[in-house]
Design a binder for this molecule. Sequence first.
Ligand SMILES: *Cc1c(COP(=O)(O)O)cnc(C)c1O
Length: 219
Amino acid sequence: MSVLEEIKKQVGENVDVVAISKTKSPERILEVYNEGHRAFGENKVQELAEKYEQLPKDIQWHFVGHLQRNKVKYLAPFVHLIHGVDSLRLAREINKQAEKAGRRISVLIQAHIAKEESKFGVPSQDLERFMKEIDLERFEFIEVRGLMGMATNTLEQQQVQREFKELRSVFDKLRDMNWNSDIRMQILSMGMTGDYEIAVNCRSNMVRIGTKIFGAREI
Ligand SMILES: *Cc1c(COP(=O)(O)O)cnc(C)c1O
């Protein structure tokens, strides 16, 4: 059994595995593709756009990095899911570029749950307010599909578990609210190589795994 098959078996069929292929060559990605896997993720726009050109068109490309507004246009024609929406200005730009590309783009709202300083992500206590702002905009070309979060990079499992549980409970609350626009809270993207088991225990239903599938990154 390949590592990827083992991971899939371990997390169960209700959890989607996104293979994070950043820094890995198209050849290496094709090997995993040829096992039948279709969901891959990248965190740099240019790298993703190049790989999109080079690789089979039925790959579902996830963008998991920090997305700058001026680069949305390069992804809009093909991206499957953008994991990191954390500002209205970014959401507006995605909506605009999606309209130009003649398609709707699915996005996740990025939550900031880690103790680490980070400029990215909406703090959990502000998620509801942020979602209401998004809802008011009535975006025609964006579908909000759920939340994404990264736990603190620590070996303290209790800490990681606390953060994932916190996000899960905000997710449950937001999912059960009534939204006016196209907001369907179905996806909770949390868990990477070092913490996906904890994440799945906290009922994550999408894990983003790089190192365990592809080996360590050189850069
Ligand atoms: C790189 C990355 C991952 C995968 O990390 P691994 O530890 O290699 O599994 C997951 N999510 C995001 C946002 C990343 O940038």
